[in-house]
Design a protein around this ligand. Structure first.
Ligand code: PMP
Length: 442
């Protein structure tokens, strides 16, 4: 029977620390090179779509409407091939005419839309965002570091709001947006959030759609990157944000994004935008100056490879068979190594690409640092918070998709050791002093 480490007397704590140190040093000697830092598909996952790159075959470059996809797009082609937009219509929850397919990176689309809003204003803005006195975004935390980088890059102040089991703390969000016209946007990863795996409840989505915002051009950046990335056979569904916002008279509020980065190829997929007719028109008017048209050959090969919604579902099932055992392995190793010690908690996500791990306050940076010195690269501590600052220094994002199952096993074992070592170290340092660490552990 394991004892909560915070309840050990000084002598037992020293012994526990020594044991952790010896095991850590032995682990270091294995001279491993492991990486659980970024959510990348593994080579086996990329191999699932090997045939995609052979398409289109037989020199058949013609889209359904006769467009030669090798050439510049006709004017209306800026929005993407109609059959490609139809393919992702169900996943995005809107009709094809409200979808834009552009480039390979949804993050680039989010970035550009924010830049366009800063320079030109949205279709509901009286002035460009950059001309406002102060502009702010709500950031549910923990969240996705690259969202936060975009805000930081353009001096958009970030306001952290805790992300709970059913989504962001809505009492908090509603109060903030109602009174502050400077709050012009909010990041949301509504299904299988990065990194917590949170699935926004219908109630939360309803409140996000209905809430009154002091800014008339407030936008929800609805980043549904993991819409079809299930880890169980449950295949969670969430409420349709576009319909919910329209019901409440906030038709232009949601800007929906997704991509095939983790469906087909992370470096050569398709990125999508979906929204109201006014927002689509507004975006196309900006894009029109930027490009003559998207890579239609890539769109065509995706249509021919994936075919329809059933094709996407079948492919995602094959991804799940590869990825789910890796998540299960991390959780199995953590349970075996850490259960009962009171040193860490972690999420068991039902989808997405990450496991969110919470260690005791003040320990996350040390765990990541120890892991690095033992040959395991993790996402930097703090990355899941705006400005890279986790106020409690406790959250660590684990990305288990890329390494092999045996590498995952070793990496999770190593991380668990680092947690034990960092915690005993911190407790010894605090022993005798009243500290938030000791209280937290009680
Ligand atoms: N959004 C989220 C929430 C992500 O986790 C990622 C990838 N890590 C992206 C966007 C990036 O998507 P894309 O490849 O389409 O730019």
């Amino acid at each position: 029977m394991r004892q909560n480490i915070s309840e050990l007397n000084h002598e037992d704590l020293i012994a526990c620390h020594e044991r952790a140190k010896q095991r850590y040093q032995a682990f270091q000697k294995r001279d491993l090179k492991l990486n659980m830092a970024r959510g990348k598909p593994s080579p086996e996952q990329l191999d699932l779509v090997a045939d995609l790159l052979a398409l289109p075959v037989n020199k058949d470059y013609l889209a359904a409407d006769g467009t030669d996809c090798r050439n510049y797009a006709p004017v209306e082609g800026l929005q993407g091939l109609p059959e490609a937009r139809a393919l992702f219509s169900q996943m995005l929850g809107v009709k094809p005419d409200r979808i834009v397919i552009a480039g390979n990176s949804s993050l680039a689309l989010m970035h550009d839309i924010i830049v366009y809003s800063l320079l030109k204003g949205t279709c509901d803005s009286s002035t460009p965002w950059s001309k406002e006195q102060s502009i702010k975004f709500i950031c549910p935390v923990p969240g996705y570091d690259r969202h936060f980088f975009i805000c930081q890059e353009f001096d958009i102040e970030m306001i952290s709001v805790p992300l709970g089991a059913a989504g962001p703390d809505m009492d908090h969000v509603e109060t903030l947006v109602a009174k502050d016209p400077g709050i012009i946007g909010m990041w949301c990863v509504p299904k299988y959030s990065n990194p917590t795996g949170t699935i926004y409840s219908d109630e939360v989505i309803g409140r996000l759609a209905a809430m009154n915002t002091a800014a008339p051009d407030f936008r929800l950046i609805w980043d549904n990157a993991y819409a079809v990335h299930h880890l169980t056979s449950e295949r969670a569904e969430i409420a349709n944000i576009v319909e919910a916002c329209a019901r409440h008279g906030h038709t232009n509020r949601p800007l929906v994004f997704s991509s095939t980065s983790k469906i087909t190829l992370a470096g050569a997929g398709l990125a999508m935008f979906a929204s109201s007719p006014d927002n689509v028109k507004w975006l196309l008017a900006r894009m029109d100056k930027r490009t003559i048209g998207p890579d239609k050959i890539n769109q065509l090969r995706h249509v021919r490879f994936l075919r329809d919604e059933a094709g996407i579902v079948a492919l995602m099932d094959r991804h799940r068979q590869i990825v789910a055992p890796k998540f299960a392995k991390v959780i199995e190793v953590f349970k075996e190594a850490l259960d009962g010690y009171g040193v860490a908690t972690w999420q068991q996500p039902k989808g997405g690409y990450f496991i969110s791990l919470d260690v005791l306050p003040g320990c996350a940076r040390r765990v990541v640092d120890l892991a690095k010195k033992a040959g395991i690269v993790l996402t930097p501590a703090g990355a899941t918070y705006p400005y890279g600052r986790d106020p409690q220094d406790r959250n660590i994002r684990i990305a288990p998709t890329y390494p092999s199952l045996s590498e995952i096993n070793q990496a999770a074992e190593g991380v668990a050791l680092c947690i034990l070592l960092a915690t005993t170290e911190a407790l010894l340092a605090h022993m005798g002093k009243p500290s938030s660490l000791n209280q937290e552990m009680a």
